[in-house]
Design a protein around this ligand. Structure first.
Ligand code: 5GP
Length: 204
């Protein structure tokens, strides 16, 4: 059985707080893209910590991605969770996409497990931004993506991120953890029980 680890809202809050300086100084995001549903709460908490006095709140956009099992005629043909499907995407019809060209964009999710979702998100967002850049004739303006996750599982990854993103340290995990199953508070149906389980476990 995979070990379960319970994380409280308080812990999520503090993980965002502890990462805020680094994000503000190194990534300087103009826009946050939260991967739903696990990225929503961390993205919103983080926004408060990286707000500069006197400047506007950093906008948060949401995309929805889920991993699914590809079923063939004779049963599963792919390992579970190897394909990503979009359940929600940026509205390309609006001016939003032009606003992404030349910006620093922070992608936020709760956990980097096999990295399949993050690989998909970065690749697809890069494609969309490149298409927008060409359409708008915006020369060599570069859009820089960075990533923040609460937890990165220390395991072999199926997905890969652009080497320059790793080389330039544009990937930040608040915690690197072993290959456990993390129970986040927003998934709990009984938050008091969830918090009790979190308190009773060895510190994580
Ligand atoms: P990936 O394998 O693509 O890195 O992770 C895909 C998604 O699986 C994550 O965004 C998250 O929704 C879910 N996931 C993976 N590991 C965990 C975990 O330990 N706990 C929870 N709650 N979700 C997880």
């Amino acid at each position: 059985m995979v070990e379960k680890v319970y994380i409280t809202y308080n812990q999520v809050h503090k993980l965002c707080q502890a990462s805020a300086d680094r994000i503000l100084n190194d990534f300087q995001p103009n826009l946050i893209i939260a991967i739903g549903g696990g990225g929503y709460v961390p993205a919103r908490i983080l926004r408060s910590f990286i707000k500069r006095p006197g400047s506007a709140n950093i906008p948060i956009q949401a995309i929805g991605l889920s991993l699914y099992e590809d079923l063939g005629k004779n049963g599963p043909v792919e390992e579970p969770g190897t394909k990503v499907t979009r359940t929600q995407w940026l509205d390309l019809s609006s001016l939003e996409m032009s606003n992404l060209v030349g910006k620093n964009i922070l992608i936020v999710d709760e956990v980097d497990d096999t990295r399949t979702t993050l690989e998909y998100a970065v690749k697809e967002l890069e494609k969309d931004v490149e298409a927008a850049r060409q359409k708008l004739g915006r020369g060599e303006e570069k859009t820089r993506f960075s990533i923040f996750v609460l937890h990165n599982k220390d395991k072999e990854k199926k997905g890969h991120l652009p080497p320059e993103m790793m080389d330039e340290d544009r990937y930040l995990a608040a915690r690197t953890v072993s290959d456990v199953w993390i129970c986040y508070p927003w998934e709990a149906t009984d938050i008091d029980e969830h918090d009790r389980l979190a308190i009773s476990q060895p510190s994580f």
